[in-house]
Design a protein around this ligand. Structure first.
Ligand code: BLA
Length: 510
């Protein structure tokens, strides 16, 4: 059964969602070769053009698109060039009959694709200029946490979803809801974790290129794009499409959650998918192209603000590290051995990086402070660290999973952060953190993220998203990225101290 499970998850990663061959029914899609001859059309095109999709294939677009629409599309194609982006054109009189449409134009292989939606008239609102004041208010939030909460609130205000979440990926691809805004009728997901397999690899990869996807109604029968394969024999690549129908497995996932419509906006950090703003609605929800465009823009601004806040925080920490450096240097300026000063050292360090125990191992001298393994036990660890060959800070929140003998001192420490402070033989300052029972709240049992259907082989996402508590033994509080960075600069300071002290010691001996 375990094998079966693995195979299925792999299959999940392999599902070619970008060539699904269907779009959602709230719009129309046609694609052209460079000479404006139609080579693909969505089956619902008859309602728009008065001829079947089949009959459209092979026709020249100029036969039925208005000259002004042709002009608009042509100019956007020039802007696009061979870039992998999407050009948007709002309020186009596509058929020369006064009806207005919004268009999205992008290239796919050697074709270009035009996606068409009815322009939502009536209460006209300039959603793009609506984003500006939202950003301004978000800029004023004083912490990353508040920024995320504010972003969720604002995106819900813009779109009207019942639930808007900020979902952050972990290194391993699992994720956590770190902020949320709700309509008051639904239960909170805040603090819940979701396994990596809920959003398979190829989907995450696609979401780094195409930043917004919407599912307006999970019961939409969707519309095929014909023919299934184009002139080159390949299916039309819908990676950059905004109408693309989504994987039936994901539809089933949403159905199991009780969600009828969803949207997610990618939050990018330095080219990587940092997280998503994930939105749920409990009835179908269609958003106009301009609102979706505003939401996408909003996501990009949010990512910038997030980065800015993190840079600010890093800057403050750099200040702390510099203070620590000065403090340590002034302590050793008066001479004296590291052994004498170790208690003071560790106290200073503790103000920047919290720990429960610290060991100094310099020039064969052993110094311990707080809750640590014994000298003999540490000797083994030091040898292990030597073989690990780390020349920079090395940290784990679960030492026994890497270094089996650590079980002997599991009651003392589960987390280890080693700062190598010389070349060889290695000297170290090592910080320890004791075990902290860690409870991870999952939305359903993550080990059962996939269930096999009644007929055996068919794959279905889990049915229950009820709180499932995982108790993790053997973990300490994690060392954060910031703490690791602080430790790295501390290591440089200590390297200097150790050199100076051993120079002094040598001078004394001579
Ligand atoms: C896609 N899965 C997604 C998406 C989200 C999630 C946000 C993007 C599409 C969207 O916006 O709805 C998952 N949604 C979540 C999570 C939260 C949420 C974690 O709201 C948390 C708050 N899904 C499975 C399994 C498979 C799977 C087992 O559970 C595969 C075997 C597949 N999920 C799957 C696929 C997609 C997806 C294939 C891509 C859908 C597409 O874009 O076509």
């Amino acid at each position: 059964a375990e094998d079966q499970h693995q195979v299925d998850l792999t299959t999940c990663d392999l599902e070619p969602i970008h060539i699904i061959g269907r779009i959602q029914s709230f719009g129309w899609l046609i694609s052209f070769s460079s000479d404006w001859i139609i080579n693909h059309a969505s089956r619902n095109c008859d309602a728009l053009f008065g001829q079947s999709a089949q009959d459209l294939i092979g026709l020249n677009a100029a036969q039925f698109l208005s000259p002004s629409a042709m002009h608009d599309i042509r100019s956007r194609l020039q802007i696009l060039g061979s870039s992998n982006t999407v050009e948007r054109i709002f309020e186009v009189d596509l058929l020369n009959d006064g009806r207005l449409f919004d268009l999205a134009v992008h290239t796919s292989g050697r074709s270009f694709v035009v996606e068409i939606e009815e322009h939502e008239s009536g209460r006209r609102r300039d959603f793009v200029s609506y984003v500006r004041p939202m950003i301004e208010r978000m800029r004023q939030t004083e912490s990353i946490e508040k920024l995320c909460a504010s972003a969720a609130r604002h995106l819900r205000g813009l779109t009207g979803f019942d639930r808007v979440m900020v979902y952050r990926f972990s290194e391993e691809g699992a994720g956590e809801v770190i902020a949320e805004s709700l309509n008051g009728l639904v239960d909170s997901f805040k603090g819940l974790h979701f396994p990596a397999s809920d959003i398979p690899k190829q989907a995450r990869k696609l979401y780094t290129r195409n930043l917004l996807r919407i599912i307006t109604d999970i019961d939409d029968p969707t519309v095929p794009v014909i023919p299934a394969t184009g002139p080159t024999g390949d299916p039309l690549d819908l990676s950059m499409s905004g109408l693309r129908a989504v994987s039936p497995i994901h539809i089933e996932y949403l159905r199991n959650m009780g969600v009828k419509a969803s949207m997610s906006v990618s939050i990018m950090r330095r080219g990587k998918l940092w997280g998503l703003m994930a939105c749920h609605h409990y009835s179908p929800l269609r958003l106009s192209y301009s609102v979706r465009t505003a939401a996408e823009l909003f996501g990009e601004f949010f990512a910038y603000l997030l980065e800015q806040k993190e840079t600010d925080a890093a800057f403050e920490r750099r200040g702390d590290s510099m203070k620590l450096h000065d403090e340590i240097m002034s302590r050793v300026a008066g001479g004296g051995s590291l052994l004498d000063a170790f208690g003071d050292f560790s106290e200073s360090i503790g103000r920047v990086i919290g720990f429960d125990g610290a060991i100094g191992w310099v020039d064969g001298e052993f110094m311990a402070d707080g809750l640590t393994p014994t000298r003999a036990q540490f000797g083994q660890l030091a040898r292990f660290l030597n073989t690990a060959g780390a020349s920079t800070v090395w940290a784990t929140d679960n030492i026994t999973s890497i270094f089996e003998p650590a079980r002997e001192w599991a009651d003392k420490a589960a987390g280890v952060m080693a700062l190598p402070v010389s070349r060889s033989p290695r000297d170290y300052i090592v910080l320890f953190r004791k075990e902290q029972l860690r409870e991870v709240n999952w939305a359903g049992n993550p080990e059962k993220s996939v269930e096999l259907g009644p007929n055996g082989a068919r794959l279905t996402p889990r049915k229950s998203f009820d709180l499932w508590k995982e108790e993790r033994r053997g973990y300490s509080r994690p060392w954060t990225e910031e703490e690791t960075a602080a430790a790295e600069s501390l290591r440089i300071t200590l390297l200097e101290v150790v050199l100076r002290m051993s120079d002094a010691a040598h001078a004394q001996r001579e």
